[in-house]
Write a protein that binds this ligand. Structure first.
Ligand code: FAD
Length: 318
């Protein structure tokens, strides 16, 4: 069976959920092989990858991945894709994943599809599904040239375990001069919030224009629930919350067990980023707000009153 490469998304060796989602998809299409680039590879990473069906892990440990922008990653992946004869490459649809995918596709002379929400078929005939125009249309597409390079949106599929014992192959990569042209001079870590990562959280509490810029009740409820905080574009554009937390067409896609939207009207571009949430709870003072149409539970009221009451109630029950 043909190998489907999955680029491992990790933080210092800790494998992120998006990789497990990609392995789940890769398993349906062929033989999943993980590609781990960078430092921090350890037994726990191999176990996590094996747990979700990776039959092989290619490991490239090189300082270049930390020192330079994405070009070394694209070069390493291209080398492995060529030498292994891979029938497809899956990456996470993050800004970095998409840039690597584009560069990789150029190197392989392949077609690339970004922001897929599903991948079906058997390699090399991989069929992707994309949701475009804020969910208005569903497109099915297929790469017809070279090794398909596909980025998949986080939370598009539920990771399903399928334990395997992956073989390990250390790969040495000779980087080109071009790979080391743009060096990282400084990293500024985002202030730690202690909250889960937005795209991985099982509960998200989001605030919109209705907060009037006061996100304290949203954050307090999120903390009581162990949730991540999200924001609508109106809140982000007003400078009330950083863009990294924007949910929607031009922000992040989330698919938590519980999504609570406070002071958000439910514009199509916001819905595009949260409509696959399992349970949707809405707090809005306008009973006609369109977002009520997609709510499992709705509260008509002022979020500045409702959210603190909910927070107090949750804390009482802890
Ligand atoms: P509004 O639409 O102004 O709604 C505010 C809501 O809060 C209202 O329903 C009101 O009844 C309620 N409210 C007011 N006060 C209170 C209160 N005290 N208590 C309770 N409820 C209250 N938007 C996104 O969110 N994400 C995106 O990624 C995104 N991408 C876009 C891309 C494009 C190309 C375009 C054109 C637009 C995009 N938008 C996006 C913007 C989108 O169209 C909406 O403008 C935006 O989602 C509105 O945000 P909102 O719901 O917070 O504000």
């Amino acid at each position: 069976m043909a190998e489907i490469l999955v680029l491992v998304d990790h933080v210092d060796g800790e494998v992120r959920k998006t990789t497990l989602e990609l392995l789940t998809l890769a398993r349906r299409a062929g033989e999943p092989a993980a590609v781990f680039l960078g430092s921090g590879y350890h037994e726990a990473a191999r176990e996590a990858l094996g747990q979700y069906g990776a039959v092989k892990v290619y490991v490239v440990e090189a300082g270049e991945f930390e020192q330079y922008l994405v070009v070394p990653k694209a070069e390493a992946l291209a080398q492995i894709a060529s030498s292994s004869g891979a029938a497809g490459v899956l990456l996470t649809s993050s800004p970095e994943g998409k840039e690597i995918a584009a560069r990789l596709a150029v190197k392989l002379g392949s077609g690339v599809i970004t922001d897929a929400t599903d991948v079906t078929g058997v390699a090399p005939d991989l069929i992707t599904t994309q949701s475009v125009f804020a969910g208005g249309y569903t497109v099915t597409a297929q790469v017809t040239t070279g090794t398909p390079v596909i980025t998949v949106k986080p939370n598009a599929v539920t990771p399903e375990p399928a334990p395997a014992t992956p073989a390990e192959e250390k790969v040495a990569v000779a980087f080109s001069e071009a790979a080391t042209k743009a060096r990282i001079v400084e990293r500024k870590p985002r202030a730690a919030t202690g909250r889960p990562e937005l795209t991985e959280a099982s509960i998200v509490v989001s605030g919109g224009r209705g907060t009037g810029g006061d996100f304290a009740p949203v954050e307090a409820l999120a903390d009581a629930l162990g949730a991540a905080v999200g924001a609508s574009r109106a809140a982000v554009d007003s400078g009330w919350y950083p863009h990294a937390y924007q949910v929607g067409q031009t922000g992040k896609t989330v698919s938590p067990q519980l999504y609570l939207a406070a002071g958000i009207s439910g514009a199509i571009q916001h819905r595009a980023g949260m409509q696959t949430s399992k349970t949707i709870v809405v707090v809005n003072k306008d009973p006609e707000a369109p977002i009520f149409a997609m709510a499992d539970f709705g509260v008509v009221g002022d979020l500045h009153t409702v959210l603190p009451q909910a927070t107090a109630e949750i804390q009482k029950r802890k």
